[in-house]
Design a protein around this ligand. Structure first.
Ligand code: HEC
Ligand code: HEC
Length: 214
């Protein structure tokens, strides 16, 4: 994967005038220009950093197998999202692999949110580190790693992920919009969380450094 210094505008012009022939699909090409759908970077950012306001997850530095599993889940409907589904639908299996590999090897950008207000931080940290046994909620770090940095390839890194996105996923498991987790592990946890729990734990993980422990 080579690095170059073209600006997005130049890339766009380049895309219209230059055709490059690749034996295997080029992940960076898909990310920058799309593959029949909207370019991935239009939502996920030029460096895969995502966007809190849009609810677009950070993809940079995430595990390639995990990202590919998610793209396949959007394709087969075990993960439902009206914005992302059409993007995934246009990708072949080879393109899924190429674009997942591309995002996985990007450096983890700093998207760390500011430390939330003390009350939210304390509640979120307690759930993350200890869970709440009175409601049979296990500690998030039991599966997601001691710093929320993930355990590849099955348990994604959630530290430094956008809070809006984390909260949206927890609600998607509660409603059944997302049902692609192996053995229903994550759905079982999410269904025991209150709205206040979700707000706190999302704010907590968003404020943690993404690359910790990597
Ligand atoms: C129009 C905006 C948009 C575009 C374009 C887009 N995405 Fe997404 N993407 C989203 C949203 C919104 C989500 C979160 C969906 C949800 O809440 O389930 C998402 C989620 C994802 C996820 C799941 C990440 C995770 O941590 O589970 C992957 C992987 C992904 N996108 C890859 C891509 C790729 C690859 C492309 C280009 C082929 C792309 N996206 C184009 C909006 C977009
Ligand atoms: C028993 C293990 C387990 C525990 C405990 C657990 N998770 Fe998960 N979590 C998973 C698995 C497995 C996945 C990946 C599901 C998939 O393959 O799509 C996941 C995925 C996620 C995702 C989606 C990330 C992404 O980028 O798509 C979020 C957010 C998340 N977990 C938050 C939490 C929070 C917050 C807690 C604590 C309240 C928690 N998890 C506790 C197993 C667990």
């Amino acid at each position: 994967m080579y690095k170059h210094t073209l600006t997005p505008v130049m890339l766009l012009i380049g895309g219209l005038t230059v055709t490059t022939a690749h034996a295997a699909p080029d992940g960076k090409d898909i990310a920058m220009k799309g593959a029949g759908g909207v370019p991935c970077q239009a939502c996920h950012g030029l460096n895969g950093e995502g966007n809190e306001a849009g609810g677009y997850p950070r993809l940079a530095g995430m595990n390639a197998e995990y990202l590919a599993h998610q793209l396949k889940s959007f394709k087969n409907g075990s993960r439902k999202n009206p914005v992302m589904a059409p993007q995934a639908a246009s990708l072949t299996d080879a393109q899924v692999k190429a674009v997942a590999n591309y995002y996985a090897q990007l450096p983890v950008p700093v998207v760390q949110a500011p430390t939330p207000p003390a009350e939210l931080m304390t509640a979120g940290e307690s759930l993350a580190r200890n869970g709440r046994w009175s409601d049979t909620i296990p500690a998030c770090i039991q599966c997601h790693g001691p710093h929320g940095q993930g355990v590849d390839p099955y348990f994604p890194d959630i530290a430094g992920q956008h809070a809006s996105y984390i909260a949206h996923q927890l609600k998607a498991w509660q409603s059944g919009q997302r049902s692609n987790d192996p053995n229903g592990l994550m759905a079982a946890v999410a269904k025991r969380l209150s709205d206040a729990d979700i707000k706190a734990v999302a704010a907590y993980f968003a404020s943690q450094p993404a690359a910790a422990g990597k």
